[in-house]
Design a protein around this ligand. Sequence first.
Ligand code: NAD
Length: 515
Amino acid sequence: MASSTKEISVILKNLGVEASNPGAAIGTKWLPTRGQKITSFSPADGKAIAEVTLADEDAYEKVIKAAKEAYKTWRLKPAPQRGEIVRQIGEELRKHKDDLGALVSYEMGKSLQEGLGEVQEMIDICDFAVGLSRQLYGLTMHSERPAHRMYEQWHPIGIVGIISAFNFPVAVWAWNAAIAWVCGDVCVWKPSEKVPLSAIGCQKIVQGIFDKNGVHPGVCNLIIGDATIGKKMADDKRMPLISATGSTRMGKSVGEAVGRRLGKTILELGGNNAIIITENADLNVAIPGAVFGAVGTAGQRCTSTRRLIIHESLFEEVKQRLVKAYGQLRIGNPLDQNNHVGPLIDKDAVQMFEDALGKVVAEGGTEIIKGEVLSGEGYESGCYVKPAIFEVKNEFEMVQHETFAPILYLIKYSTLDEAIEMQNAVPQGLSSAIMTTNMRESELFLSHAGSDCGIANVNIGTSGAEIGGAFGGEKETGGGRESGSDAWKAYMRRQTNTINYSTELPLAQGIKFEF
Ligand code: NAD
């Protein structure tokens, strides 16, 4: 049983996912692939869902050639017409929201609400991109030379390679693809090999729309493989932009490879997000924000709350309220909407969780809630864990690292300057938050002397961003921005144009060149 209402077999059928699937597609054309055959297992119940044969060299080459060909005509289509096609994609996603959301939940292990939320994000970014297709504005400047006009315009860039992580199996692709398409680019998507079926579901939903509109199918391509394919993309000069989401380790490798060929990257990497709870916090806001941030998606969001930096006057109270809240958490099948915490993605992740617990204890962390692997009825997949809480020091080695699991670190502070310094004293810089009802505290946190992260919230937790803002982080989080605001500029190349409509040739900076 996948959800309370539908069998997984019905969901797969509705989405066109077969028992055995090829791992590469050019629009509606699915290519025979000869790579390794992998099985996607659900971490919810440990059952095999379906098989995928990973892409091989031959399929990779065919996909890139098709994408190159498609780009020649797609870039010439007026942007609002490209937007109209993205609008139709949004409509198609609306029709398939329930099935795709349930598949994401079953394959990745996030709650059904979050699976549906991910598809909603895809719909939202399509809507955003439709409007954007009429707003790819460049500036006009005043030339210093008489009878000259100067302006800038934005052109498409070419093939965008999208490498995505397991924890957002579908939304991150849409964030990139919807924007890239209206910008006039074509996309090659390499999803995480841990969630290939959700990617196949997406391709099946959107593939027909390009055909229906008479567009070359190579605008929308899927290539399923492991890091080997990701590395190939990073080295491939035919892809001027690689947008890669995943661990900092992966980002360093992709950044180096793309940098070597002077290509462009959007890197969306690991976080180590903190909430500062000040003495002026409203704990009725702070506690739910902290708990959702720490245990939502079983701590497997890039924006998950890893650290709580708490004013000493409230430390005991916050600790007790957290212990009470954690005691009420229901851990179990993510498709059962009564549960708060689902499984980790696989047994390797469970092993990492256990290793981390041991290391924090070894460093001197004080266990407040003991994390453990759960077994017994409902936990047969071996991927369920009980979320842990420790009291620690910010400088502990493990606290400086992102462990992709529900482990929450409590840290005590006495002055806000000290709290902000601790919040920033980690290698990553994705999301941050302050819980306070005091305007001076929140403004300091948001000032140049405040949070150094790409996202800084007040009285909201660290996770759960909206698509309208630019999403991403600083330092080891990679510096990339995706989604809303002017993130679209990374998917285009800027051209400055100067036009002389005079009868002379004046030179800039007053330089004379006469003969
Ligand atoms: P991962 O780095 O193991 O894999 C991510 C993707 O990169 C996969 O598709 C994988 O096949 C590919 N890959 C791995 N090594 C590669 C290499 N050397 N070259 C090219 N491709 C390579 O990450 P994961 O376990 O799937 O996801 C969890 C990580 O992703 C966490 O660190 C999380 O914080 C991060 N994440 C960040 C964001 C963000 O927006 N900042 C969003 C989601 C996830």
